[in-house]
Write a protein that binds this ligand. Structure first.
Ligand code: FES
Length: 159
């Protein structure tokens, strides 16, 4: 698991400044905004968000951990998501996942120490005709192969 990096408080101030002090009804929207700024929900940001909106820290952490879309741990600059739904699974998704684990050097569900990559699995994303499917930084790589993934990941490593 990657350590929590220091966050840029000016960026955090800018995000939190958009919300009225004491407006607890904006909690989910504020969590979304913090996550889109930092790619995850840093502890310091959650504490300050609780103060800003006048909501208890336990409520903020409760909501943040309830929804799957929120991430409490740092995420990599590049997010590689392998679809492990049935259609992708039977077309070789496990082999692609193992390949990415070797290429990136982390296990599924982990983020690299240098915060370059996060590798994760997802259940069917509804694009089964494209299987096996890997999503890298939001781009769908359908009917993909290990050699294609090597190229894509290699390019990201160089950038
Ligand atoms: S199983 Fe992968 S998109 Fe449906």
């Amino acid at each position: 698991m990657a350590a929590q990096p220091t966050i840029d408080t000016q960026r955090l101030d800018a995000v939190l400044g958009a919300f009225e002090p004491g407006d607890g009804s904006a909690l989910i929207e504020a969590l979304h905004d913090v996550q889109s700024e930092f790619k995850y929900l840093p502890e310091e940001a959650l504490d300050r968000l609780a103060d800003r909106l006048g909501v208890s820290k336990s409520r903020v952490y409760g909501v943040a951990s309830f929804y799957e879309g929120f991430h409490l741990e740092p995420r990599g600059e590049h997010i590689c998501t392998v679809c492990m739904g049935t259609a992708c699974h039977v077309r070789g998704a496990p082999r692609l996942l193992e390949h990415l684990e070797r290429e990136i050097g982390i296990a599924s569900g982990q983020t690299s120490e240098d915060l370059t990559f996060t590798l994760e699995e997802v259940a069917c994303v509804g694009a089964c005709a494209l299987g096996p499917l890997v999503i890298i930084d939001g781009k769908y790589h359908g009917n993909t192969t290990t050699s294609h993934l090597t190229k894509v990941v290699g390019k990201l490593k160089k950038d």
